[in-house]
Design a protein around this ligand. Structure first.
Ligand SMILES: Nc1nc2c(ncn2[C@@H]2O[C@H](COP(=O)(O)OP(=O)(O)OP(=O)(O)O)[C@@H](O)[C@H]2O)c(=O)[nH]1
Length: 400
């Protein structure tokens, strides 16, 4: 019989339940894909998803997000299975959060909260850490404020005057002061970065952009032969990395940036604006798409919307479809008529043709990890960099 340990030192991952709504403008399949992504976010944050709950509703319930019957069902499951956290796929209002927590009696997070948590874990540089802290406080503030106004409305009511209100008011003031400090700190970091960027002028700047986990860092490593952190986790790259790359005598700067994601909290995009300066100031964007992801067209839309928000949509763009090795595997499965939800609806060559026809611009199809078609990508980047270089730095005399 094995000897019994005195105490268990193993840190167990937190057990998580996901909750999503299937609303009028959403299909069940779409919500399932969103929940797949939420489960991946949970895994990245270090948790394990044990169960998903969905509910069909016209719109979220004002007080409890899901209906009360569904909430009771979740509560019973959470209690019976000793679940640690319940994560909702949409942003919860302060009132919803409070009501749900009161009912479930466990930690309740929403999607924004979870993304912020991952960002906090991943942030390395002073800039990224400051940006994340700022985003976290900005997320918290309206929740505190609304709680506070809720109390203020009842000011004068029996038992409502006094320390509760004062405490929240002073918390709010403290948070506001911290936010101002963090903003000042970021401005200072921005100025230093700007000086650094000015010193790097005279070289064409290329930025890798794309949805999270599509292979940007892997491509960066491949092109610059450097070792940028690449991992099968969301948001492996939070800080922008810039490398000088030389392709056939033409030098340029290549940067790898934070991945984009659907429903990224708006204030987070705001806070990351300075990290995304590399994107805004780039001459050429390489938009990397994971073609093996069932939702890649949705990802393209999200990236384009974020680029629009950053004012960077009109730049010269090279579209790179990565992970063709995975796409082929699924294609092969299709040949064998294997039932697979991820089966692409068309073959790779059909997709290439339809893309060219629709967008009137060639895209490049590669596998960064298997090093397939990489020369074609290098050639395309070289041609674009050369053209931009001649246009904006005509006095740069590289040997073409
Ligand atoms: N099958 C396959 N996997 C790849 C390919 N390129 C990258 N990957 C894998 O995809 C995962 C994500 O790669 P990263 O390079 O970290 O992706 P990223 O876009 O930088 O990710 P974020 O930093 O989260 O935005 C890693 O596990 C890579 O090994 C490819 O061509 N084929």
């Amino acid at each position: 019989m094995p000897r019994k340990k005195f105490y268990d030192t193993e840190v167990k991952p937190e057990r998580v339940v996901l909750v999503g709504l299937i609303t009028a403008n959403q299909t069940e399949a779409e919500e399932n894909e969103y929940l797949d992504e939420l489960a991946f976010l949970v895994e990245t944050a270090g948790g394990v998803t044990e169960k998903r709950f969905t509910q069909k509703m016209q719109k979220p319930e004002r007080a409890t997000f899901v209906g009360t019957g569904k909430l009771e069902e979740i509560r019973d499951y959470v209690k019976a299975e000793e679940i640690d956290i319940v994560v909702f796929d949409d942003e919860l209002s302060p009132m919803q959060l409070r009501n749900i927590e009161n009912e479930l009696k466990v930690k309740v997070l929403d999607r924004s909260n979870l993304i912020l948590d991952i960002f906090a874990k991943r942030a390395q540089s002073a800039q990224a850490k400051t940006q994340v802290e700022l985003a976290q406080l900005q997320y918290l503030l309206p929740r505190l404020t609304r709680m506070w106004t809720h109390l203020e409305r009842q000011k004068g009511g029996i038992g409502m005057r006094g320390p509760g209100e004062t405490q929240i008011e002073s918390d709010r003031r403290m948070i506001q002061q911290k936010i101002s400090l963090l903003k000042e700190k970021l401005e200072l970091i921005d100025k230093q970065n700007e000086t650094q960027r000015k010193n790097r002028r005279e070289l064409v700047r290329v930025a890798l952009v794309g949805y999270t986990n599509v292979g940007k860092s892997t491509i960066m490593n491949m092109l610059s032969k450097s070792e940028v952190f690449a991992e099968n986790k969301l948001f492996a790259t939070l800080d922008t990395t810039v490398r000088k790359v030389v392709l056939e005598n033409v030098p340029f700067l290549l940067s790898d940036t934070v991945g984009f994601i659907r429903k990224l909290p708006h204030h987070l995009v705001e806070c990351f604006k300075s990290t995304l300066d590399e994107v805004r100031e780039a001459d050429i964007l390489i938009h990397v798409v994971d073609i093996s992801h069932p939702n890649f067209e949705d990802h393209i839309r999200t990236v384009n919307e974020t680029l629009k928000e950053l004012g960077a949509i009109d730049k010269e763009m090279i579209t790179v479809f990565n992970k063709i090795d995975n796409y082929r595997e699924v294609e092969a499965a299709q040949d064998w008529e294997v039932e697979n939800e991820d089966v692409p609806s068309m073959t790779l060559s059909d997709f290439k043709k339809s893309w060219m026809a629709k967008h009137n611009s060639p895209a490049i199809f590669i596998s960064a990890s298997k090093k397939e078609n990489v020369d074609e990508l290098r050639e395309r980047i070289y041609e674009s960099v050369k053209a931009v270089n001649q246009q904006i730095y005509p006095y740069n005399n590289f040997l073409y």
